[in-house]
Design a protein around this ligand. Structure first.
Ligand SMILES: Cc1cc2nc3c(=O)[nH]c(=O)nc-3n(C[C@H](O)[C@H](O)[C@H](O)COP(=O)(O)O)c2cc1C
Length: 354
Protein backbone atom coordinates (compact mmCIF):
# COMPACT_ATOMS: atom_id res chain seq x y z
CA UNK A 1 0.00 0.00 0.00
CA UNK A 2 1.14 3.57 -0.63
CA UNK A 3 2.59 5.07 2.57
CA UNK A 4 0.41 8.19 2.52
CA UNK A 5 -2.70 6.10 2.03
CA UNK A 6 -1.68 3.73 4.83
CA UNK A 7 -1.24 6.73 7.11
CA UNK A 8 -4.66 8.16 6.13
CA UNK A 9 -6.39 4.82 6.77
CA UNK A 10 -4.82 4.56 10.22
CA UNK A 11 -6.02 8.08 11.07
CA UNK A 12 -9.53 7.38 9.76
CA UNK A 13 -9.67 4.18 11.84
CA UNK A 14 -9.74 6.39 14.94
CA UNK A 15 -13.20 7.62 13.93
CA UNK A 16 -16.59 5.85 13.72
CA UNK A 17 -16.81 3.71 10.59
CA UNK A 18 -19.45 5.69 8.71
CA UNK A 19 -17.77 9.04 9.44
CA UNK A 20 -14.46 7.67 8.09
CA UNK A 21 -16.29 6.35 5.05
CA UNK A 22 -17.94 9.73 4.42
CA UNK A 23 -14.56 11.52 4.66
CA UNK A 24 -12.87 9.18 2.19
CA UNK A 25 -15.86 9.53 -0.17
CA UNK A 26 -15.60 13.31 -0.08
CA UNK A 27 -11.83 13.15 -0.73
CA UNK A 28 -12.48 10.89 -3.72
CA UNK A 29 -15.29 13.10 -5.01
CA UNK A 30 -13.02 16.16 -4.82
CA UNK A 31 -10.27 14.32 -6.71
CA UNK A 32 -7.81 14.38 -3.77
CA UNK A 33 -7.97 10.64 -3.13
CA UNK A 34 -6.52 8.26 -4.30
CA UNK A 35 -3.27 10.14 -4.03
CA UNK A 36 -1.72 8.60 -7.10
CA UNK A 37 -3.08 6.81 -10.14
CA UNK A 38 -2.35 3.08 -10.09
CA UNK A 39 -3.35 1.78 -13.50
CA UNK A 40 -1.91 -1.51 -14.72
CA UNK A 41 -2.10 -3.06 -18.16
CA UNK A 42 -1.38 -6.77 -18.41
CA UNK A 43 -2.52 -8.24 -21.71
CA UNK A 44 -3.39 -11.59 -20.14
CA UNK A 45 -5.94 -9.92 -17.82
CA UNK A 46 -8.22 -8.69 -20.61
CA UNK A 47 -11.56 -10.36 -20.05
CA UNK A 48 -15.16 -10.38 -21.28
CA UNK A 49 -18.43 -10.02 -19.41
CA UNK A 50 -20.61 -11.20 -22.25
CA UNK A 51 -20.30 -8.43 -24.84
CA UNK A 52 -18.53 -6.07 -22.46
CA UNK A 53 -14.74 -5.96 -22.82
CA UNK A 54 -12.75 -5.25 -19.66
CA UNK A 55 -9.08 -4.23 -19.49
CA UNK A 56 -8.68 -6.26 -16.32
CA UNK A 57 -11.05 -8.32 -14.17
CA UNK A 58 -11.23 -5.97 -11.19
CA UNK A 59 -14.19 -3.74 -10.41
CA UNK A 60 -15.84 -2.07 -7.43
CA UNK A 61 -19.30 -3.38 -6.48
CA UNK A 62 -22.46 -1.50 -5.58
CA UNK A 63 -22.43 0.26 -2.23
CA UNK A 64 -19.16 2.17 -2.39
CA UNK A 65 -20.30 4.87 -4.81
CA UNK A 66 -24.00 4.82 -4.03
CA UNK A 67 -24.70 8.14 -5.77
CA UNK A 68 -22.24 8.17 -8.67
CA UNK A 69 -20.33 11.03 -7.00
CA UNK A 70 -16.81 9.60 -7.19
CA UNK A 71 -16.67 7.88 -10.58
CA UNK A 72 -13.61 9.74 -11.85
CA UNK A 73 -11.59 9.24 -8.63
CA UNK A 74 -12.45 5.57 -8.32
CA UNK A 75 -11.32 4.80 -11.86
CA UNK A 76 -7.88 6.19 -10.88
CA UNK A 77 -7.44 3.12 -8.66
CA UNK A 78 -6.96 0.91 -11.72
CA UNK A 79 -10.37 -0.81 -11.73
CA UNK A 80 -11.89 -1.56 -15.11
CA UNK A 81 -15.53 -1.23 -14.03
CA UNK A 82 -17.62 0.41 -11.34
CA UNK A 83 -21.12 -0.45 -10.19
CA UNK A 84 -22.93 2.69 -9.08
CA UNK A 85 -25.82 2.49 -6.58
CA UNK A 86 -27.92 0.80 -5.44
CA UNK A 87 -30.21 3.45 -6.92
CA UNK A 88 -33.86 3.65 -5.90
CA UNK A 89 -36.53 5.81 -7.60
CA UNK A 90 -36.73 8.35 -4.78
CA UNK A 91 -34.06 9.54 -2.33
CA UNK A 92 -34.05 7.68 0.98
CA UNK A 93 -32.01 8.22 4.14
CA UNK A 94 -31.50 4.54 5.01
CA UNK A 95 -31.60 3.15 8.54
CA UNK A 96 -30.78 4.99 11.76
CA UNK A 97 -27.11 5.42 12.72
CA UNK A 98 -24.93 3.72 13.82
CA UNK A 99 -25.37 1.30 10.94
CA UNK A 100 -21.82 0.52 9.79
CA UNK A 101 -19.45 -1.39 12.07
CA UNK A 102 -15.80 -2.43 11.76
CA UNK A 103 -14.43 -5.74 12.94
CA UNK A 104 -10.82 -4.66 12.66
CA UNK A 105 -9.30 -7.88 14.00
CA UNK A 106 -10.61 -9.83 11.00
CA UNK A 107 -10.84 -6.99 8.46
CA UNK A 108 -14.63 -7.31 8.16
CA UNK A 109 -17.61 -4.96 8.17
CA UNK A 110 -21.21 -5.30 9.25
CA UNK A 111 -23.59 -2.84 7.62
CA UNK A 112 -27.29 -2.17 7.72
CA UNK A 113 -27.22 1.07 5.77
CA UNK A 114 -30.56 0.26 4.13
CA UNK A 115 -29.93 1.45 0.56
CA UNK A 116 -29.43 5.12 1.42
CA UNK A 117 -29.06 7.07 -1.83
CA UNK A 118 -30.01 10.33 -3.51
CA UNK A 119 -32.58 8.79 -5.86
CA UNK A 120 -32.79 8.27 -9.61
CA UNK A 121 -33.41 11.90 -10.59
CA UNK A 122 -30.20 13.24 -8.97
CA UNK A 123 -28.05 10.24 -9.88
CA UNK A 124 -29.17 10.45 -13.51
CA UNK A 125 -27.56 13.91 -13.73
CA UNK A 126 -24.26 12.61 -12.30
CA UNK A 127 -24.18 9.64 -14.68
CA UNK A 128 -24.90 11.97 -17.60
CA UNK A 129 -21.68 13.87 -16.86
CA UNK A 130 -19.53 10.72 -16.96
CA UNK A 131 -17.92 10.53 -20.39
CA UNK A 132 -14.51 8.92 -19.83
CA UNK A 133 -15.54 5.58 -21.21
CA UNK A 134 -14.95 3.42 -18.12
CA UNK A 135 -17.50 0.63 -17.79
CA UNK A 136 -20.40 1.56 -15.50
CA UNK A 137 -22.90 -0.82 -13.98
CA UNK A 138 -26.15 0.55 -12.62
CA UNK A 139 -27.31 -1.24 -9.49
CA UNK A 140 -31.07 -0.90 -9.22
CA UNK A 141 -33.36 -1.43 -6.23
CA UNK A 142 -36.66 -0.41 -4.72
CA UNK A 143 -37.54 2.13 -2.07
CA UNK A 144 -38.11 0.85 1.44
CA UNK A 145 -41.70 2.07 1.52
CA UNK A 146 -42.54 1.08 -2.04
CA UNK A 147 -45.96 -0.47 -2.63
CA UNK A 148 -44.84 -1.82 -6.01
CA UNK A 149 -41.14 -2.88 -6.01
CA UNK A 150 -41.22 -4.03 -9.65
CA UNK A 151 -42.45 -0.61 -10.73
CA UNK A 152 -39.50 0.87 -8.81
CA UNK A 153 -37.00 -1.10 -10.89
CA UNK A 154 -38.74 0.08 -14.07
CA UNK A 155 -38.58 3.67 -12.81
CA UNK A 156 -34.80 3.51 -12.21
CA UNK A 157 -34.26 1.80 -15.56
CA UNK A 158 -36.24 4.51 -17.35
CA UNK A 159 -34.37 7.36 -15.64
CA UNK A 160 -30.81 6.06 -15.58
CA UNK A 161 -30.57 2.94 -17.76
CA UNK A 162 -29.27 4.63 -20.89
CA UNK A 163 -26.17 5.92 -19.01
CA UNK A 164 -24.98 2.49 -17.91
CA UNK A 165 -23.15 -0.34 -19.68
CA UNK A 166 -24.96 -3.03 -17.69
CA UNK A 167 -27.80 -3.28 -15.21
CA UNK A 168 -27.42 -5.04 -11.85
CA UNK A 169 -30.59 -6.14 -10.09
CA UNK A 170 -30.19 -5.96 -6.34
CA UNK A 171 -32.78 -8.46 -5.15
CA UNK A 172 -30.53 -9.71 -2.34
CA UNK A 173 -30.03 -6.77 0.03
CA UNK A 174 -30.34 -8.08 3.59
CA UNK A 175 -31.08 -4.60 4.93
CA UNK A 176 -34.45 -3.89 3.33
CA UNK A 177 -37.57 -5.35 4.89
CA UNK A 178 -38.97 -7.81 2.42
CA UNK A 179 -42.72 -7.56 2.11
CA UNK A 180 -42.47 -8.67 -1.51
CA UNK A 181 -39.69 -11.20 -1.97
CA UNK A 182 -38.14 -10.75 -5.40
CA UNK A 183 -36.08 -13.91 -5.02
CA UNK A 184 -39.37 -15.84 -5.04
CA UNK A 185 -39.32 -17.40 -8.55
CA UNK A 186 -42.77 -16.16 -9.68
CA UNK A 187 -41.98 -12.58 -8.60
CA UNK A 188 -38.53 -12.73 -10.17
CA UNK A 189 -39.99 -13.97 -13.42
CA UNK A 190 -42.46 -11.06 -13.47
CA UNK A 191 -39.68 -8.56 -12.71
CA UNK A 192 -37.49 -9.90 -15.52
CA UNK A 193 -40.34 -9.99 -18.06
CA UNK A 194 -41.35 -6.41 -17.28
CA UNK A 195 -37.76 -5.18 -17.41
CA UNK A 196 -37.27 -6.78 -20.83
CA UNK A 197 -40.46 -5.16 -22.12
CA UNK A 198 -39.44 -1.76 -20.74
CA UNK A 199 -35.98 -2.09 -22.31
CA UNK A 200 -37.68 -2.74 -25.67
CA UNK A 201 -39.99 0.25 -25.22
CA UNK A 202 -36.98 2.43 -24.41
CA UNK A 203 -34.97 0.98 -27.27
CA UNK A 204 -32.30 -0.20 -24.81
CA UNK A 205 -30.39 -3.47 -24.89
CA UNK A 206 -28.38 -3.31 -21.68
CA UNK A 207 -27.13 -6.63 -20.34
CA UNK A 208 -28.85 -7.61 -17.10
CA UNK A 209 -26.90 -9.13 -14.18
CA UNK A 210 -28.72 -10.58 -11.19
CA UNK A 211 -27.07 -10.09 -7.79
CA UNK A 212 -27.41 -13.19 -5.63
CA UNK A 213 -27.37 -13.75 -1.89
CA UNK A 214 -24.86 -16.22 -0.41
CA UNK A 215 -27.60 -17.32 2.01
CA UNK A 216 -30.06 -19.02 -0.36
CA UNK A 217 -30.76 -22.67 0.25
CA UNK A 218 -29.48 -24.81 -2.61
CA UNK A 219 -32.95 -25.47 -4.10
CA UNK A 220 -33.88 -21.79 -4.06
CA UNK A 221 -30.58 -20.87 -5.76
CA UNK A 222 -31.23 -23.44 -8.49
CA UNK A 223 -34.76 -22.09 -9.07
CA UNK A 224 -33.52 -18.50 -9.25
CA UNK A 225 -30.84 -19.41 -11.78
CA UNK A 226 -33.32 -21.46 -13.91
CA UNK A 227 -35.91 -18.69 -13.99
CA UNK A 228 -33.23 -16.11 -14.78
CA UNK A 229 -31.87 -18.11 -17.70
CA UNK A 230 -35.39 -18.72 -19.06
CA UNK A 231 -36.06 -14.98 -18.89
CA UNK A 232 -32.83 -14.12 -20.68
CA UNK A 233 -30.66 -12.77 -17.86
CA UNK A 234 -27.15 -12.12 -19.19
CA UNK A 235 -25.10 -12.87 -16.08
CA UNK A 236 -24.91 -13.13 -12.30
CA UNK A 237 -23.13 -11.35 -9.47
CA UNK A 238 -22.15 -13.74 -6.69
CA UNK A 239 -22.64 -12.43 -4.04
CA UNK A 240 -24.10 -9.81 -1.75
CA UNK A 241 -23.31 -9.70 2.01
CA UNK A 242 -24.32 -12.52 4.38
CA UNK A 243 -26.59 -12.58 7.42
CA UNK A 244 -24.74 -15.59 8.84
CA UNK A 245 -21.91 -15.18 11.34
CA UNK A 246 -18.76 -17.02 12.41
CA UNK A 247 -18.51 -18.68 15.79
CA UNK A 248 -17.05 -15.80 17.75
CA UNK A 249 -17.55 -13.85 20.95
CA UNK A 250 -16.88 -10.52 19.27
CA UNK A 251 -20.04 -8.48 20.11
CA UNK A 252 -20.00 -6.65 16.75
CA UNK A 253 -21.06 -9.88 15.01
CA UNK A 254 -24.34 -9.54 16.95
CA UNK A 255 -25.16 -6.31 15.11
CA UNK A 256 -27.95 -6.79 12.60
CA UNK A 257 -27.00 -6.45 8.95
CA UNK A 258 -24.85 -7.92 6.21
CA UNK A 259 -21.35 -9.16 6.98
CA UNK A 260 -18.63 -8.62 4.36
CA UNK A 261 -14.93 -9.43 4.13
CA UNK A 262 -13.06 -12.70 4.80
CA UNK A 263 -15.88 -14.72 6.44
CA UNK A 264 -17.98 -14.21 3.31
CA UNK A 265 -15.34 -15.68 1.01
CA UNK A 266 -16.35 -19.31 1.38
CA UNK A 267 -20.14 -18.99 1.02
CA UNK A 268 -19.89 -16.51 -1.85
CA UNK A 269 -17.40 -18.71 -3.70
CA UNK A 270 -19.61 -21.78 -3.22
CA UNK A 271 -22.57 -19.85 -4.63
CA UNK A 272 -20.42 -18.75 -7.56
CA UNK A 273 -19.30 -22.31 -8.32
CA UNK A 274 -22.86 -23.67 -8.11
CA UNK A 275 -24.07 -21.08 -10.61
CA UNK A 276 -21.10 -21.84 -12.87
CA UNK A 277 -21.95 -25.55 -12.73
CA UNK A 278 -25.66 -25.04 -13.37
CA UNK A 279 -25.05 -22.72 -16.32
CA UNK A 280 -22.24 -24.96 -17.62
CA UNK A 281 -19.91 -21.99 -17.79
CA UNK A 282 -21.99 -20.38 -20.54
CA UNK A 283 -23.03 -17.29 -18.59
CA UNK A 284 -20.59 -14.71 -17.20
CA UNK A 285 -20.41 -14.40 -13.42
CA UNK A 286 -18.90 -11.54 -11.41
CA UNK A 287 -17.29 -13.00 -8.28
CA UNK A 288 -17.48 -10.82 -5.17
CA UNK A 289 -17.15 -11.48 -1.45
CA UNK A 290 -14.10 -11.63 0.78
CA UNK A 291 -11.38 -11.01 -1.80
CA UNK A 292 -8.29 -9.81 0.07
CA UNK A 293 -5.22 -11.12 -1.81
CA UNK A 294 -4.06 -12.02 -5.34
CA UNK A 295 -4.23 -15.69 -4.25
CA UNK A 296 -7.89 -15.66 -3.25
CA UNK A 297 -8.80 -13.47 -6.23
CA UNK A 298 -7.31 -16.16 -8.49
CA UNK A 299 -9.24 -18.81 -6.54
CA UNK A 300 -12.53 -17.01 -7.40
CA UNK A 301 -11.58 -16.98 -11.07
CA UNK A 302 -10.85 -20.71 -11.01
CA UNK A 303 -14.21 -21.23 -9.23
CA UNK A 304 -15.99 -19.66 -12.21
CA UNK A 305 -15.71 -15.85 -12.13
CA UNK A 306 -15.03 -13.97 -15.37
CA UNK A 307 -14.60 -10.72 -13.43
CA UNK A 308 -14.21 -9.74 -9.77
CA UNK A 309 -15.36 -6.99 -7.43
CA UNK A 310 -13.77 -5.90 -4.17
CA UNK A 311 -14.98 -3.58 -1.42
CA UNK A 312 -14.27 -4.34 2.26
CA UNK A 313 -10.57 -5.11 1.72
CA UNK A 314 -10.10 -1.68 0.13
CA UNK A 315 -11.29 -0.08 3.39
CA UNK A 316 -8.57 -1.91 5.36
CA UNK A 317 -5.74 -2.26 2.85
CA UNK A 318 -6.23 0.78 0.60
CA UNK A 319 -6.64 1.08 -3.14
CA UNK A 320 -3.05 -0.07 -3.88
CA UNK A 321 -4.55 -3.55 -3.46
CA UNK A 322 -6.15 -3.29 -6.93
CA UNK A 323 -2.76 -3.08 -8.63
CA UNK A 324 -1.31 -5.76 -6.34
CA UNK A 325 -4.13 -8.16 -7.24
CA UNK A 326 -3.87 -7.44 -10.97
CA UNK A 327 -0.12 -8.04 -10.98
CA UNK A 328 -0.42 -11.15 -8.81
CA UNK A 329 -3.18 -12.75 -10.89
CA UNK A 330 -1.29 -11.96 -14.09
CA UNK A 331 1.74 -13.80 -12.71
CA UNK A 332 -0.32 -16.82 -11.54
CA UNK A 333 -1.79 -17.13 -15.05
CA UNK A 334 1.71 -17.18 -16.57
CA UNK A 335 2.94 -19.71 -14.01
CA UNK A 336 -0.01 -22.00 -14.79
CA UNK A 337 0.61 -21.72 -18.54
CA UNK A 338 -2.53 -19.72 -19.42
CA UNK A 339 -2.18 -17.06 -22.08
CA UNK A 340 -5.39 -15.33 -21.01
CA UNK A 341 -7.60 -15.25 -17.92
CA UNK A 342 -10.54 -16.77 -19.85
CA UNK A 343 -8.62 -20.07 -19.95
CA UNK A 344 -8.53 -20.22 -16.14
CA UNK A 345 -12.20 -19.35 -15.52
CA UNK A 346 -13.96 -22.29 -13.85
CA UNK A 347 -10.93 -24.61 -13.94
CA UNK A 348 -11.53 -25.68 -10.34
CA UNK A 349 -15.26 -25.05 -9.81
CA UNK A 350 -15.84 -28.66 -8.77
CA UNK A 351 -13.77 -28.17 -5.62
CA UNK A 352 -16.44 -25.74 -4.40
CA UNK A 353 -19.49 -27.92 -4.92
CA UNK A 354 -20.41 -29.31 -1.52
C1 LIG B 1 -21.02 -0.50 3.43
C2 LIG B 1 -21.55 -1.41 2.34
C3 LIG B 1 -22.63 -1.01 1.57
C4 LIG B 1 -23.11 -1.85 0.56
N1 LIG B 1 -24.15 -1.44 -0.23
C5 LIG B 1 -24.58 -2.21 -1.25
C6 LIG B 1 -25.61 -1.76 -2.13
O1 LIG B 1 -26.08 -0.63 -2.03
N2 LIG B 1 -26.00 -2.61 -3.13
C7 LIG B 1 -25.47 -3.85 -3.30
O2 LIG B 1 -25.87 -4.56 -4.22
N3 LIG B 1 -24.48 -4.29 -2.50
C8 LIG B 1 -24.02 -3.51 -1.48
N4 LIG B 1 -23.01 -3.95 -0.68
C9 LIG B 1 -22.43 -5.30 -0.91
C10 LIG B 1 -21.19 -5.22 -1.81
O3 LIG B 1 -21.55 -4.78 -3.09
C11 LIG B 1 -20.48 -6.59 -1.91
O4 LIG B 1 -21.38 -7.51 -2.48
C12 LIG B 1 -20.01 -7.09 -0.55
O5 LIG B 1 -19.42 -6.03 0.17
C13 LIG B 1 -19.03 -8.25 -0.64
O6 LIG B 1 -17.77 -7.87 -1.11
P1 LIG B 1 -16.50 -7.61 -0.13
O7 LIG B 1 -16.39 -8.78 0.79
O8 LIG B 1 -15.32 -7.42 -1.07
O9 LIG B 1 -16.82 -6.35 0.61
C14 LIG B 1 -22.51 -3.12 0.34
C15 LIG B 1 -21.42 -3.51 1.13
C16 LIG B 1 -20.93 -2.68 2.12
C17 LIG B 1 -19.75 -3.12 2.93
Amino acid sequence: MLDLEKFSISILELFPAEFARDVSHKLTEWGIFPFTSTKTSQQNLRTQLGNISLENPLGIPAGLDKNGSSIKGLFKTGISFLEVGTVTPYPQPGNARPRLFRISSSHELVNRLGLNNEGAEVIQKKLKKWSYGGIIGLSMGHNKTSKDPIQDFLHVLTKCGSFADYLALNISCPNINVHFDLSEPANLSLLLTKLATRQKDLNLQKPVFLKLSPDYEHKRLEEIVSVSIEEGVDGFIATNSTTSRPNSNNPTYKEEGGLTGPFLFESSTRTLAHVYAQTKGNVPIIGVGGITTPENAYTKIKAGASALQIYTALCYQGTGLIKEICEGVSLFLQQDGFSNISEAVGMEYQQWLA
